[in-house]
Design a protein around this ligand. Structure first.
Ligand code: GDP
Ligand code: MG
Length: 172
């Protein structure tokens, strides 16, 4: 079985940890601590291939550190998460994507764009169209609106990025 390294990135409070735990453990745990950075592993089968995912749930305390450089360098797939209730959190992803491209030296990188907390209709600051517009700017990376709370589109988003890694392996 092969190992694949995924990295979950985005502003504090957008739901990175809730999404990761929902995907890995199938439960919604709300113990918000923006400073906890942890890694998880999960075995799944994608298109008939057994994969061992190592998922790093980052905490964006210091954005431009050597640590961050290192895990971006090692990461094979990236989940870039904003919250549909926080306009600024989408803007913050632009710099994060630039950083990934700079470190990787290419823009051909497995990425999904995630607009989380889509269940919070009353607090919405961003419509799906705004996520779609960013995904188009980014070479049409797949875009998902998710709810970690209600497990909407969570598995789909993680599996999508794995599928992109697998496809890239075939190309090489
Ligand atoms: P992180 O800093 O990106 O890891 O954010 P967390 O995963 O810790 O989530 C921050 C807060 O947002 C928590 O208090 C969660 O309750 C809330 N949250 C996360 N995901 C969702 C979601 O899909 N829907 C709703 N309503 N709240 C969420
Ligand atoms: Mg967190």
């Amino acid at each position: 079985m092969r190992d694949y390294k995924l990295v979950v990135l985005g502003a504090g409070g957008v739901g990175k940890s809730c999404l990761t735990v929902q995907f890995v453990q199938g439960i919604y745990i709300d113990t918000y601590d923006p400073t906890i950075e942890d890694s998880y592993s999960k075995e799944i089968e994608v298109d008939g291939r057994a994969c061992n995912l190592e998922i790093l749930d980052t905490a964006g305390v210091a954005q431009f550190t050597a640590m961050r450089e290192l895990y971006i360098k090692n990461g094979q797939g990236f989940l870039l998460v904003y919250s549909v209730t926080d306009k600024k959190s989408l803007e913050e992803l632009l710099a994060i994507r630039e950083q990934i491209i700079r470190i990787k030296g290419t823009s051909n990188i497995p990425i999904v764009l995630i607009g989380n907390k889509c269940d919070l209709a009353d607090e919405r600051e961003l419509e799906p169209e705004e996520g779609i517009a960013v995904s188009k700017q980014w070479n049409k990376v797949p875009f998902y609106e998710t709810s970690a709370m209600y497990k909407m589109n969570v598995d789909d988003a993680f599996i999508d990025v794995v599928r992109q890694i697998l496809r890239k392996e075939v190309e090489q």
